[in-house]
Design a protein around this ligand. Structure first.
Ligand code: ME8
Length: 506
């Protein structure tokens, strides 16, 4: 049986349209999912939409729609974008689906029956955009400490989750599992937050109606974060604990932005503890994108629309930029000039040129029929070894979610390939028929190194890799066996590759 791998993205709110922030997490999840499939895992990759709560209800009222009409309309934009970005999710969960509502009611009921959810009264400050309650002391100059927007005082009867009870157990779990919260700096922030003391958490609302009712008390709506976080198991069929739940839970990694780490590293694990369910193996919080140095916001009108980028630069250029430009876990800045720079140097120049030069030579010198290689010289061996070592290095980096480092390791082999051509000067060898054996070995080494490079790159840039592998005459199914040297067979049909990435003139 194949080992399993379960990876999730956040489920995005439908009151906003998708932008590069959403694309970022989703592309990262896709790379991980594709990579693990390539390595032989049985992968389940989940994304979806968060459709309940006051925020969505208000947006719908403003738009003159029902919340579900708004959700139906916006969810299509997310789904269409994921289609264009080549996202290979296995499932898309919407929190308005029956399977989800049913699972949320069951887990809520289960914790209620155990006594870890109880009825009480709440009075505190509420930030609607963040759907979060704050105490007086947490406010900064009377505003939301997260988004700096005004908050409102709310007093209501509320169900509370006994989160305080799980403080010690949660800390022990975090200590016993050093990789549970990543990166490290974020883990430390969470530990300090827990050490300040966990309060019981209000997990129901009575001031609006757009959500899942508390079982047995219709006046209350289940708190949107309790509802949303549960998607990670309702999508697997929970409360049915056989089937996909039994197969994929606990999740291997929840990919999220740093804005929602507390919900994933404190609330969610304590809900699971109360329900007696296993905890996630890893929660990874990536950094935040600004745009041309500024916070991305509707009011600044600087929201970067991924469809527009894809139209202009192509899908794989966008995927590459997002994962190469900024180390996963750190904040980064999006700018058109940085994107164009990456396209022209890394994509058009390095990888694109290497493939078009080498396939053109194979066509010119051997009519596109790959000759068999003779004995490798030390230089040939060196390119082979670099390629083989890269496969091992990339595996380690992808496991650490160090996507940028993984791409750098791949690009070192691409640079080595370009240098190899310059050093070997096939055009000089081609002048003398006596060198044809040597020329064959050089061409084989060059093309085989790129075949392996594109096999592994298929996780990152699937469309590009497919084009490249086809011009290399390699049409086999992508598996990890394809990453072993020697896959290209004598007589393979090489065709001259079109430019993978046209240069962008600014
Ligand atoms: O928080 N830079 O949904 P959301 C990087 N529904 N990533 C960004 C980003 C930016 N500027 N902006 C958004 C929610 N993201 C809840 C989640 S999960 C059970 C419920 C990404 O639509 C990043 O992944 O506000 C962030 O965590 C997520 O979008 C927030 O999406």
């Amino acid at each position: 049986m194949k080992p399993t791998f379960y990876v999730t993205t956040p489920i995005y709110y439908v009151n906003d349209v998708p932008h590069i922030g959403h694309a970022y997490t989703t592309v990262a999840g896709d790379v991980l999912a594709r990579y693990k499939r390539l390595m032989g895992y049985d992968v389940y990759f989940l994304t979806g939409s968060d459709e309940h709560g006051q925020k969505v209800e208000k947006a719908a009222t403003t738009a003159g729609e029902t919340p579900l009409e708004l959700a139906d309309r916006v969810v299509k934009r997310f789904q269409a974008l994921w289609g264009r970005l080549g996202i290979s999710h296995n499932d898309f969960i919407r929190t308005t689906q029956e399977r989800h509502k049913n699972g949320v009611s069951r887990i809520f009921e289960n914790i209620l029956e155990k006594g870890d959810i109880y009825l009480g009264e709440y009075e505190d400050w509420y930030c609607t955009p963040c759907e979060t309650f704050w105490t007086e002391t947490q406010l900064i100059e009377g505003r939301c400490p997260d988004c700096n927007r005004p908050v409102e005082k709310l007093k209501e009867e509320s169900y509370f989750f006994r989160m305080s009870k799980y403080q010690g157990e949660l800390l022990s779990y975090i200590e016993a599992n050093p990789d549970f919260i990543q990166p490290k700096s974020k883990r430390n922030e969470i530990i300090s937050f827990i050490n300040e003391g966990l309060r019981d958490l209000s997990v129901s609302r009575t001031t609006f109606s757009w959500g899942i009712p508390v079982p047995g008390n219709n006046r209350h709506i289940i708190y949107v974060w309790f509802d949303a976080l549960t998607n990670y198991i309702t999508a697997l069929g929970y409360p049915d604990e056989t089937g996909n739940y039994g197969r994929y839970w606990p999740v291997d990694v929840h990919l999220i932005g740093k804005d929602i780490l507390r919900f994933h590293a404190v609330y969610w694990p304590t809900f699971l503890m109360a329900a007696g369910l296993p905890l996630p193996k890893k929660v990874f919080a990536h950094g935040w994108w600004t745009v041309e140095g500024q916070k991305m916001s509707k009011s600044l009108m600087n929201v970067v629309e991924p469809n527009m980028l894809i139209d202009k630069y192509g899908v794989d250029a966008v995927r590459y930029f997002l994962l190469r430009e900024v180390p996963f876990g750190l904040d980064g800045d999006f700018s058109h000039s940085a994107l164009v720079q990456r396209i022209n140097s890394d994509l058009a120049n390095d990888i694109g040129n290497l493939l078009s030069r080498s396939t053109a030579m194979a066509v010119k010198y051997f009519n596109g029929i790959l000759p068999s290689a003779g004995l490798l010289t030390e230089t040939d061996h060196s390119l082979r070894h670099k390629t083989e070592a890269m496969v091992t290095i990339v595996d380690k980096f992808v496991d650490e979610l160090a996507f940028s480092k993984a791409l750098q390791a791949i690009w070192e082999v691409i640079s080595a390939g370009n240098k190899y051509i310059d050093d070997m000067a096939p055009w000089t060898l081609a002048k003398d028929p006596a060198n044809s054996g040597r020329l064959a070995t050089v061409m084989y080494t060059l093309l085989e190194s790129q075949r392996i490079t594109h096999c592994i790159l298929s996780a990152f840039l699937p469309a590009t890799a497919a084009k490249a592998l086809s011009s290399l005459g390699w049409n086999e199914t992508l598996t990890k066996e394809g990453l072993v040297w020697g896959g290209l067979k004598d007589g393979a049909k090489i065709t001259k590759a079109e430019a993978l990435f046209p240069r962008i003139e600014e």
